[in-house]
Design a protein around this ligand. Structure first.
Ligand code: ADP
Length: 607
């Protein structure tokens, strides 16, 4: 049998001498530094135990209970064939507890070869033996340095003598046999043999499949192994106790048997257990099977309900047959909670969206109906008032007819704005781009507002660097934006004011600016200016309008890929700026004329 010996390095030589004396078995020694001399963590021991457990059929621990984590650590290797030899420390292992007690009662300071050779300094210091001040050991009540000869080469008497002298102690050297340690190791070897045989009699494989504990401890998943012949859990990561507060025993008891009542399984207990058993049976019958995936709730040791995801799959041997089954348990509670929250949020969002869509739809229907109802009677009013205005010569009838026509046109404009807004809201507002000259379009609009400007006793200046600036845009919509901004400038600029329309080109855009010397807009109002139906408090009574012009302008500019914003003019008044990107495709065709005129300022003045 292959046996690993995890041995305290202070007894390494003795163990090496004993091993050849034990027949039949094959031994591999895994030394561990003595924790009485060096600060070693539980992981250091665990690392060596892992190595031995993985490589051997059994492991024997030849280490005192001096390390505080040792016993707890060994409990974790629940199913591996591990034995610790008796004895709380190396002296008890070497001499037996009675002998040790006898020497301690005589106030002896026990030493062996290691004590007198390379670790001499460390050992002396660790026991408070200060060579500079001397005699510390004797002042602590120690009466003698007692050295044992267990092995060859034996401790050099000269060194013993020198050490004893510098500690101010007498010394004695005793010849001791390795009988006691050998008996302890032999007893442990016998026990691991018995354990091995009992596994074989039970039909279990002599060495359960093991995964190093240190590796499992760092994982957030719990691994378990089911032995194929016995169909029992032969291994479960000890971390289950930490992660789920379920003991390994409890887990095993209720894992495959519905007989044992209680346990950690919560809802669907019987189904889960039989699903596992049926899966194993099916796999064994068919020789293969896709992994079994389960999701269920458990009650952990703290009484909390947790969600578990379990995956169980067959493990194949080199010859292709199933050797065992390996499973994985994951605590997916947080994930489930988040998933549920997402579902709730989604449902909430879906019902809100539905509500909103209905509201929008109702509004669209209403606006459509309103537009239809208003436009139908308005069309004949516009036509009739227009005919009357051109036919009538006499006052006050002419003035009255003109007023009706003006009112009808105004109403028609408002209805169009409402319709565009409704179109924008449902996303059917579209633009039809064609190559247009911005200078020509601007001049045209200036002509159009000319009468209005004159009537308001204002001056309108058109500034532009180039004679032509071609872009691809929707002329009707661009016209609407310019007209709206210019109309506002005229509306909100008291006489005798100045309005400027500037049009120039940057590398990427055509920029339009409408600058007025009017009443201006406060910074708090500027934030909401482009929202539908937003009108300034101060203008509500004084001017007509619905607060849709700027909202629509913004929508049109953005449909062209541009931006619109407002700033305060230097002294008083506002500057409305919007940009329309110049499309590369139209550049080569129309760039030349503008380059020719670069640098020149063209100004058209209307007053
Ligand atoms: P309206 O049809 O009411 O003019 P707009 O959307 O065009 O709607 O404008 C919204 C509000 O912004 C106006 O009611 C007015 O208070 C303000 N406003 C627009 N342009 C100017 C401007 N050039 N100077 C001062 N205030 C302006």
């Amino acid at each position: 049998m292959k046996i690993g010996l995890v041995t305290c390095a202070s007894m390494l030589d003795q163990v090496r001498q004993i091993v050849p004396l034990i027949p039949k078995d094959q031994f591999v020694i895994y030394p561990v530094l003595p924790c009485c001399l060096f600060a070693i963590s539980g992981d250091t021991i665990r690392n060596q135990v892992d190595k031995s457990v993985l490589a051997n059929e059994a492991t024997i621990i030849i280490y005192g209970a001096c390390h505080p984590e040792l016993n707890g650590l060994l409990d974790m290797y629940c199913d591996s064939n591990i034995r610790k030899i008796e004895g709380n420390n190396c002296w008890e292992m070497l001499l037996g507890p009675e002998q040790v007690e006898k020497y301690l009662n005589q106030n002896s300071w026990l030493g062996n070869k290691a004590f007198l050779t390379k670790w001499n300094k460390e050992i002396s210091e660790s026991f408070g033996y200060d060579t500079r001040n001397g005699k510390v050991a004797s002042s602590c009540g120690i009466k003698e340095l007692t050295v044992f000869r267990f092995e060859n080469p034996q401790p050099d008497e000269k060194i013993v003598k020198r050490e004893a002298a510098s500690a101010g102690l007498p010394y004695s050297i005793h010849d001791e046999s390795l009988e006691h340690l050998r008996n302890l190791i032999q007893a442990a070897v016998d026990k691991v043999h018995i354990e091995n045989e009992s596994r074989i009699t039970l039909g279990l494989s002599p060495k359960p499949e093991l995964i190093p504990i240190s590796l499992l401890e760092t994982m957030r998943e719990i691994i378990y192994i089911i032995d194929k012949p016995g169909k029992e859990v032969t291994f479960i990561s000890p971390i289950i106790e930490k992660l789920l507060s379920i003991t390994t025993k409890e887990f095993k008891l209720t894992f495959l048997s519905t007989q044992n009542k209680g346990g950690y399984l919560y809802k669907k207990r019987t189904q889960i257990i039989s699903k596992r058993s049926n899966f194993i049976a099916d796999c064994l019958q068919r020789g293969f099977e896709d992994p079994l995936k389960l999701e269920y709730q458990i009650i952990n040791g703290k009484g909390e309900c947790r969600w578990i995801r379990e995956t169980l799959s067959p493990q194949f041997k080199a010859d292709g047959s199933i050797g065992a089954f390996a499973g994985r348990l994951e605590d997916i509670t947080e994930w489930k909670i988040t998933e549920q929250q997402l579902i709730d949020l989604y449902q909430n969002e879906a019902s809100l969206r539905h509500e909103l869509e209905t509201q929008i739809q109702n509004r669209i229907e209403f606006t459509r109906a309103l537009v239809h109802e208003l436009k139908t009677p308005l069309t004949p009013i516009m036509a009739a008032s227009d005919t009357l205005s051109s036919g009538l010569k006499q006052e006050p009838w002419l003035n009255l007819a003109q007023n009706i026509n003006k009112g009808a046109l105004n109403l028609n404009k408002r209805i169009d704005e409402l319709l565009d807004l409704a179109r924008g809201e449902i996303g059917v507002l579209q633009i039809k781009k064609i190559p247009i000259d911005c200078i020509e379009l601007s001049s045209d609009i200036i002509q159009y507002v000319d009468a209005k400007v004159r009537k308001a006793n204002l001056r309108l200046v058109f500034e532009h660097d180039d004679k032509t600036i071609f872009i691809e845009a929707d002329p009707d919509r661009l016209r609407q934006v310019l007209l709206n901004l210019l109309s506002n400038a005229i509306k909100y600029t008291p006489e005798p004011g100045l309005i400027k329309l500037r049009c120039f080109r940057t590398l990427t855009d055509v920029v339009f600016q409408i600058i007025d010397s009017g009443i201006g807009i406060s910074s708090s109002d500027r934030a909401y200016l482009f929202e539908p139906y937003h009108r300034l408090e101060r203008d509500r009574e004084r001017f007509d309008g619905m607060g849709l012009g700027l909202a629509l302008s913004k929508r049109f500019v953005e449909l062209h890929g541009g931006k619109i914003w407002v700033e305060n003019a230097n002294e008083h008044g506002s500057i409305f700026t919007f940009t329309i990107p110049i499309l590369i495709s139209v550049k080569p065709v129309y760039l030349k004329p503008s380059l020719k005129n670069k640098g020149k300022l063209y100004e058209t003045v209307v007053n």
